[in-house]
Design a protein around this ligand. Structure first.
Ligand code: GLN
Length: 476
């Protein structure tokens, strides 16, 4: 048996039945990472910690104690989420030697469910980027073709699942950082609606848009992991209870309606567009009709996202000042020089760019022209989506505008920003969204994005879409 291809559910079953020990599962996965991570997916491998946790779990099973839903499952965690006693660098020099002193709420939940954290994954610095190339330590590569980007910013977490190093991983999604790398690497990437999973212990990038998200190779694993993590949390005032909402009760499985926004296709490469049109036709043949709608304002999502996220980033990153956390460069003794030196050496170019944009849009002259307009766009997108996505309706689109790009192809900063065009609207609207692999273009995977008003509805649609895999050229 090849346990690396097991889903989390299968691994858990084998462990519970006593077919394999947690220690064996953990050692096998750790060795695989040590021997095979030529993709740069991991920044820290928690060998000692994971083996210790596995031994304790084996004892628990032997003693006949009640086991959690993730018992025996190795899980990788993006390096912007706090795990007590492990490094948390956010892939930045400024936090290079920082050890997290507490567990994020999601980590507490994983531990309560007997999941085992086996490492911290590489990412774009402070979750800013779409390429895996903004890590201060090493560029992340796509396991399907190492000349290509795995996407970002949660590139390491996507690669860890795609290369069968773990069945489950955690990422964060502020404007697409779970869905885009999932699409580039051929796995499922799910971000719940805003506030459904506690952000306590996630290093803030843009607090009103950030969500913790999940990678897995099967939808059943996504459902299981989401159920383990979603909860209201006293430590995160924006978190709220994920009970089945009223509109779920009115959800009619047999009467699902799919729509797509025609303007979203305008950003896609010819290949992506053609593939989506083919896919749409194939779905219709299977009885899932898709209606075209127009929402021209969707084009303002991207600029609004970059204004809001940079504004919040500039304020959130002010805490990294060379005094409170991590790196502290004190060649010159006055406080201003400590700030300046630490921040100039500690942050990479992309992070500095966001801080500068953020400071400008929050300044007296930038506020009216940019920040306030961006907030108005956010509110508008939110209400437009609310109106569109009632009851049985889901919005589908390609997840990305093109397939994974070559790492060495020259690109402008704005080319990278443009890649988020199709994913940012869900964050602005605060809605759940998922990317599911539906096929290949030029041997690279592509994903379809689904957005709905509510998680349970999203997962119902995802199930239907997944069952229709056969409608496209799923094989590589
Ligand atoms: N690529 C987007 C950005 O750079 C999204 C990042 C994210 O979702 N964390 O801001």
């Amino acid at each position: 048996m090849n346990i690396f291809k097991y889903s989390a559910i299968e691994l858990n079953k084998s462990f519970v039945k006593g077919l394999i020990s947690a220690e064996d599962i953990v050692i096998a996965h750790i060795n695989k990472i040590i021997n095979e991570d030529k993709y740069g997916a991991f920044l820290y491998i928690a060998k000692e910690e994971a083996i210790q946790a596995a031994k304790a779990l084996d004892k628990k099973r032997k003693n006949g104690e009640k086991l959690g839903r993730l018992a025996g499952v190795p899980i990788a965690v993006k390096d912007n989420i706090s795990v007590k006693g492990m490094p948390m660098t956010c892939a930045s020099h400024i936090l290079e030697n920082y050890i997290a002193p507490y567990d994020a709420t999601v980590i507490e939940k994983i531990k309560e469910e007997d999941g085992i954290i086996i490492g911290k994954t590489n990412m774009d610095e402070f979750a800013m980027g779409s390429s895996g190339m903004n890590s201060a330590f090493k560029t992340i590569k796509n396991p399907l073709d190492i000349a290509k980007s795995p996407g970002g910013s949660s590139g390491g977490s996507a690669v860890a699942v795609a290369a069968n190093m773990v069945p489950l991983s955690l990422g964060s999604d502020t404007g697409g950082s779970v869905r885009q790398p999932a699409s580039f690497c051929g796995v499922i990437g799910f971000k719940p609606g805003y506030g459904k999973i506690s952000r306590y212990g996630l290093t803030a990038f843009s607090s009103t848009l950030d969500t913790i998200g999940i990678f897995a190779r099967s939808l059943s694993d996504i459902k299981l992991f989401y159920q383990c993590l979603a909860a209201e949390d006293d430590k995160d005032q924006t978190s709220w209870k994920s009970t089945k909402a009223n509109n779920y009760l009115e959800f009619n499985k047999d009467n699902k309606k799919l729509i797509y926004i025609k303007e979203m296709l305008e950003y896609c490469s010819i290949d992506m567009k053609e593939n989506f049109i083919k896919y749409k036709k194939a779905l219709s043949k299977k009885g899932m009709d898709i209606e075209e709608i127009s929402l021209p304002e969707i084009k303002y999502s991207l600029p609004a996202y970059y204004v809001i996220s940079s504004a919040e980033a500039s304020s959130n990153l002010a805490r990294f000042d060379g005094v409170k956390y991590g790196m502290s460069l004190r060649e010159v003794k006055d406080i201003d020089s400590i700030y300046k030196l630490t921040r100039s050496k500690g942050f990479g170019d992309e992070v500095k760019r966001r801080i500068i944009i953020g400071n400008y849009v929050l300044s007296k002259e930038g506020k009216e022209g940019y920040y306030e307009k961006a907030l108005a766009v956010k509110n508008h997108i939110k209400s437009a989506f609310k109106e569109i996505l009632q009851y049985n309706t889901a919005l589908i689109s390609p997840c990305t505008t093109d397939i994974a790009f070559n790492i060495h192809d020259p690109k402008k900063v704005t080319d990278f920003y443009g890649m988020d065009q199709l994913t940012v609207p869900a964050n602005l609207a605060g809605l759940p969204a998922i990317s599911i692999p539906i096929g290949y273009i030029k041997d690279m995977p592509i994903g379809v994005q689904i957005i709905t008003s509510q998680e349970e509805i999203l997962l119902e649609f995802a199930q239907a879409i997944e069952e229709s895999k056969g409608v496209t050229n799923y094989e590589r």
